[in-house]
Write a protein of this length. Structure first.
Length: 364
């Protein structure tokens, strides 16, 4: 298998794929992350032989040794990106090279083997081609979940010498129930997401596991998502449980927290910054505190706030709640800037707006 000149994938079609009429019914309202396609891509890695055994095969349970390192030391990383059915026909990916590079950075942080970019991209393309019928039309998309975990059976604290890389696919609709409505977020006072020197910039399962108790707290208070402050001063807004955050001011400018090693470098975040600047908007990557956020909302200077990410795309934030107080942003229902940026982003992803940045990678 030559990762530099196009890796070869063995195809083992599913012996009993979902029937076409059943698949059509499932695609009518797939929800998010609950319906899965027939196949998956897998590649094995060992310290002795490197990357090998690239396959497209039936999606099925794994046989995993109880001593597998991932179960004891959490050596695991993942990515999330979407394939879009183009209005004029065909299926395309959006900036998958960025996900490939972030996957490599996550692997290095977790002491795992970095997957060559060519292998990452080919695994996505081969799975999409195998399960193209599962890509929904309309506003839906095919969510792709590449992930890798340590499979070596041993009990000892050191990097594992065996790993399995996998890609599964899930046809999806809207991430939040109710579609594009503004969400309410809960400020976590008791929990933080990441600390300097930690794994905040890596996309690993442990980050999300640690955030679940804060997300549960948010839901208990009637909120859709949790927003975290920095771990050092417990003052600066960093990001939501699974999304980056932007503020929009009365002069049309945008502000978002800087990356700095504790915030995930979102692919959608970067696209929003690029699109906003192309429109002539000033975009500042600066720290802002919860108190500043509240004060800007009260003064009327802050007109909008929104969250962004692969799953949710661009979602307006209408209200922020905390144990002590809370505040409404603008009219509490979102605003024109977020909607315009979302429309432009989605238009590029679906081939309806010219791709001036070379972001769309056509697969079929």
């Amino acid at each position: 298998m030559n990762a530099e000149h196009g890796p070869f994938f063995t195809r083992r079609p599913h012996p009993k794929p979902v029937a076409a009429n059943v698949r059509a019914t499932m695609l009518e309202d797939p929800g998010f992350g609950r319906v899965f396609t027939d196949h998956m891509a897998t590649i094995r890695w060992t310290a002795e032989r490197g990357w090998r055994d690239a396959e497209i095969r039936a999606r099925e349970p794994f046989v995993l040794d109880p001593a597998a390192a991932v179960l004891h030391y959490a050596q695991e990383i993942f990515e999330g990106l979407k394939a879009y059915r183009l209005r004029g026909g065909g299926i395309a990916l959006f900036r998958p090279e960025q996900n490939a590079r972030r996957f490599q950075a996550s692997a290095e942080r977790l002491a795992m083997p970095p997957l060559p970019e060519a292998l990452f991209l080919r695994s996505l393309e081969e799975l999409i081609k195998a399960d193209a019928e599962w890509a929904p039309g309309g506003d839906g998309s095919l969510y792709l979940r590449p992930f890798m975990f340590a499979t070596e059976p041993f009990l000892g604290v050191r990097p594992a010498s065996e790993h399995l890389y996998v890609v599964i696919a899930s046809p999806v609709g809207a991430y939040f129930k109710g579609g594009k409505k503004a969400v309410t977020v809960w400020l976590s006072d008791d929990y933080t997401r990441a600390a300097p020197g930690g794994t905040g910039a890596a996309k690993c399962g442990g980050n999300y596991a640690a955030s679940l108790i804060a997300q549960a707290e948010a839901m208990k208070h009637g909120c859709d998502q949790v927003v975290f402050l920095d771990a050092a001063e417990r003052k600066w807004v960093e990001e939501l449980g699974g999304m980056n955050v932007f503020l929009v001011f009365d002069d049309g400018s945008l502000m978002t927290p800087p990356l700095g090693g504790t915030i995930l470098a979102g692919v959608t975040r970067d696209a929003i910054i690029t699109l906003a600047r192309a429109e002539g908007r000033a975009v500042r990557e600066e720290r802002f505190s919860y108190e500043e956020w509240k004060a800007h909302a009260a003064s009327g200077r802050l007109r909008e706030a929104f969250a962004c990410g692969t799953a949710a795309v661009v979602t307006p934030i209408g209200e922020v709640k905390s144990a002590g107080d809370g505040f409404v942003i603008g009219n509490g229902a979102g605003g024109e800037a977020a909607e315009a940026l979302r429309a432009k982003l989605v238009g590029i992803q679906r081939g309806e707006i010219a791709d001036d940045h070379g972001w769309v990678r056509r697969v079929i």
